[in-house]
Ligand binder design. Sequence first.
Ligand code: E4P
Length: 215
Amino acid sequence: MKIFLDTANLKQIKEAVSWGIVDGVTTNPTLCSREEESFEDLIKEICRIVSGPISVECVSSRADEIIKEARSLAKLADNVVVKIPIGIEGLKAIKALAQEGIKANTTLVFSPMQALLAAKAGARYVSPFVGRLDDVSHDGMDLVDQIVTIFNNYGFDTEVIVASIRHPLHIVETALIGADIATLPFAALEKMVKHPLTDIGIERFLKDWEKVKVK
Ligand code: E4P
């Protein structure tokens, strides 16, 4: 399972990269709005720090505008993936961009049908938002399961990015289902490492080592 970071914060990205487990980054307008750097400088710097795919969101509405915006975002760095919300205009743009070799991550996916259409249009990635579904009493991980089954049934090579992850159980379920990628807020990544029994175990070993040293 690939791990993407769901943040535009350079400090968090640099820290996670130093752990050696970051395969890519996803950003969105909300995440970018929290940072001080200008948008283009921020994206270029993220693309420099992480060599894997960096999702950057288009905010235009009409297909022709989305295509224009996507082309200009794709020029920022070789590893930019344009993020396009699912919709009719989005599908038209994804299709046209795929023919030009520009990779798209279809975002704000909340149903298996949306994911199927995105894959048919040629999206490189689809992003089901599990946490936001859980928030409205729908099981977000059920959606991921359905999308992975559908893509396997028909041999789509579109990768599934499990997005809007809220807690470690989402990550475990992502891996058990076999989705390609989990995109994680930094806090969720930190929680993956920790276990109280590990801390207790280290403390006990260090204490006992003191006894070994004096022999
Ligand atoms: C994914 O690409 C999105 O940036 C993100 O996962 C949305 O998460 P949220 O629902 O916590 O805003």
